[in-house]
Design a binder for this molecule. Structure first.
Ligand code: AMP
Length: 192
């Protein structure tokens, strides 16, 4: 049983690593960005609301995001643990997640932060924009998403560091190498 978070700036490869961790640990990976994108594609009311923010690189408001996460964490496939990717991104979301977990008498085991420098991230994301055509992957929006990460999500990381459950992994390098680092870091954190 593992309950963990993966946090990293846009372009750090957290989605790719989350899928691999999920396979290896046998826990479900839940990406708030993926849930939003699926809703945008399906043109659901949630998707139409979220799209307004996502296209500008802004955070979707907590009133929308928090409820969506609570509902997802109440589904039955989460009983064996979970890996949350892309949530929490603000300290208010940390408080909300604390409440959800406390309600279920649960706690987080590991918080993994993938690190990479901004210029490398901008370069990667501009490359991804060409491949995927993601509407939030143009340079102005990319820089705004990075700014939000520094302004808001680094405070989230600091909170988990204070709690002693943060482990940092260098996200630069070949994907398999980063996965090896990630799996080692998780193992070490679980053994601690
Ligand atoms: P991601 O795929 O994690 O980069 O997320 C893509 C976009 O979805 C973000 O730029 C936000 O607009 C939105 N989003 C994802 N997770 C959250 C969250 N925890 N809080 C607010 N907005 C989010």
């Amino acid at each position: 049983m593992t309950r963990m978070l993966i946090i990293g700036p846009p372009g750090s490869g957290k989605g790719t690593q989350a899928e691999r961790i999920s396979e290896r640990l046998g826990v479900v990976a839940i990406s708030t960005g993926d849930i939003f994108r699926a809703n945008v594609k399906g043109e659901t009311p949630l998707g139409l609301e979220a799209k307004k923010y996502m296209d500008n690189g802004d955070f979707v408001p907590d009133s929308v995001t928090n409820k969506m996460v609570r509902d997802r964490l109440n589904e039955s496939d989460v009983e064996n643990g979970f890996l949350l990717d892309g949530y929490p991104r603000t300290t208010a979301q940390v408080d909300y997640l604390d409440e959800i977990l406390a309600d279920g008498d649960e706690k987080l085991d590991v918080v993994l932060q993938l690190t990479a420098d901004d210029e490398e991230l901008v370069h990667r994301l501009l490359g991804r924009a060409k491949e995927t055509g993601r509407s939030d992957d143009n340079e102005a929006v990319i820089r705004h998403r990075l700014d939000l990460y520094h302004e808001q999500t680094e405070a989230v990381v600091a909170k988990y560091a204070d709690r002693g459950i943060l482990t940092r992994v260098d996200g630069i390098g070949p994907i398999d190498e980063v996965t090896n680092r990630v799996m080692q870091a998780i193992k070490a954190a679980q053994a601690a």
